[in-house]
Design a protein around this ligand. Structure first.
Ligand code: URA
Length: 205
């Protein structure tokens, strides 16, 4: 069986994409990672959410946003009036990048070539889904979707026209909220995040 290349990805369905991505070796991240973590959700979703890459828990379970950041995301989405089952959730990069440290695996940000290697999956996934709104969670997803460097604080919370005529909305990554040092800023930033998700939902006609 041939490994996928940017030129031979067959894009008839989300199920087909998932099956092909299992064997992806388009960058080195596949070697230490446990498995490819493909997007999941409602194939008819009108809103999709794009994160950075699977974390430790996602790599073990093979599903996006099921660890601590995912739980925070789920609660924010509920507060915004959304329902995860109606959405599609995926990542810019489909393998977990980490360095081992004692018995832990420490998350590493994917670099520009790794993000670029993975864009055939994301681009094809987005073409098949054809959502009305793409919620971009943090800088990695922003560079994958918009193809340029983005300052989240400058571009968040307002609709950005995408190449296919649909709408992009940049907001923070839920991990950012987990890393904030004090309760006051956590509460403030969580509220802003919920407001961004609410805006994404209310953008639908
Ligand atoms: N962070 C992400 O960006 N994606 C996940 O799936 C989990 C954590």
């Amino acid at each position: 069986r041939l490994h996928p290349t940017p030129g031979n990805i067959e894009s008839s369905s989300l199920a087909s994409l998932r099956a092909q991505a299992i064997d992806c070796q388009m960058c080195e991240l596949c070697k230490p990672a446990t498995r490819t973590v493909s997007g999941e959700g409602n194939p008819k979703a009108r809103i999709i959410f794009i994160g950075e890459q699977p974390g430790d828990q996602e790599d073990l379970h093979g599903r996006p946003f099921v660890g601590p950041a995912g739980q925070l995301f789920d609660s924010a989405l509920r507060e915004a009036g959304g329902n995860r089952a109606e959405m599609w959730i995926t990542n810019a990069v489909k393998h977990f990048k980490f360095i081992p440290k004692r018995n832990r695996r420490i998350h590493q940000k994917p670099d520009a070539p790794e993000i670029k290697s993975c864009t055939p999956w994301l681009a094809t996934e987005r073409r098949v889904l054809s959502p009305e709104v793409t919620v971009i969670l943090g800088v990695t997803a922003a560079s994958a979707v918009l193809g340029r460097q983005v300052t989240v604080s400058r571009e968040r919370s307002r609709p950005i026209p995408l190449e296919d005529g649909s709408i992009g909305l940049v907001t923070v990554h839920p991990s950012y909220l987990l890393r904030l040092p004090d309760e006051e800023s956590k509460t403030r930033e969580y509220t802003k995040f919920v407001n961004d998700l609410r805006m994404a939902i209310s953008t639908l006609a």
